[in-house]
Design a protein around this ligand. Structure first.
Ligand SMILES: [Zn+2]
Length: 214
């Protein structure tokens, strides 16, 4: 199972070929460009039902050159706690690569996921948790026997984004309540280093405290 695929500026399939066996399921925790950009390269493509259309239409394309962003868009990200530079990349795949030519590629899902579905790898099985808020179809992949969670952007140890065009603070609060109660041993998140249950609960509580019900 491959969880998220980056922007797709370079071929992940080629770059990490040594990691991929003959049978690989690529799962997008959601379809933002930095997670779903390489999905088209893989033959099995799984995504939540709420973002299947976004996957097909490459709905979340973003220009990588931030100078082309509207000031309000930049301000929204900066208010969330990010200090953005001039581009979303710190390196390019080849000399002469022009970030202005980047286009997010859409993908046709081969399996549409819902809450409670299981991604069964044979020797391991991950349960789909629908964790909306950051985006409508954000999911976590949870292995109950090891209590390992791949959380996508539902939670990570950095500034969380809940003011994006399809974000929903009320849904995000419910996701945080759910994560607070979830027994986890380790969370592998969409960004930043992995963490354990204590940190998960601290991050979820901090969100709930910062975004009280209005
Ligand atoms: Zn995201």
């Amino acid at each position: 199972m491959l969880v998220d695929t980056g922007l797709g500026v370079a071929s992940l399939r080629t770059a990490a070929a040594d990691l991929f066996g003959s049978h690989l399921m690529a799962v997008a925790t959601h379809t933002h460009a930095d997670h779903g950009g390489g999905m088209h390269e893989f033959s099995e493509r799984l995504v939540h039902a709420k973002e299947a259309d976004m996957a097909r239409s490459a709905h979340y394309h973003i220009p990588l050159d931030l100078d082309t962003w509207a000031p309000e868009r930049r301000a929204t990200i900066e208010r969330s706690g990010y200090h953005i530079q001039s581009a979303l990349l710190t390196a390019v795949p080849a000399p002469g690569y022009r970030i202005a030519n980047y286009r997010l590629r859409g993908f046709e899902p081969t399996r549409v996921l819902e809450e409670g579905h299981v991604v069964d790898l044979g020797n391991r099985a991950f349960e789909v948790l629908h964790l909306p808020g950051h985006s409508p179809g954000s999911i976590g992949l949870y292995e109950r026997c090891s209590q390992m969670l791949f959380s996508g952007d539902a939670i990570y140890d950095g500034p969380l984004l809940d003011t994006l065009p399809d974000s929903d603070v009320v849904a995000y609060r419910a996701t945080m309540e759910r994560l607070l109660a979830l027994p986890v041993s380790i969370v592998h998140a969409g960004h930043d280093p992995s963490f354990g249950r204590e940190r998960l609960q601290a991050l979820a509580r901090a969100y709930l405290d910062a975004k009280p019900v209005t």
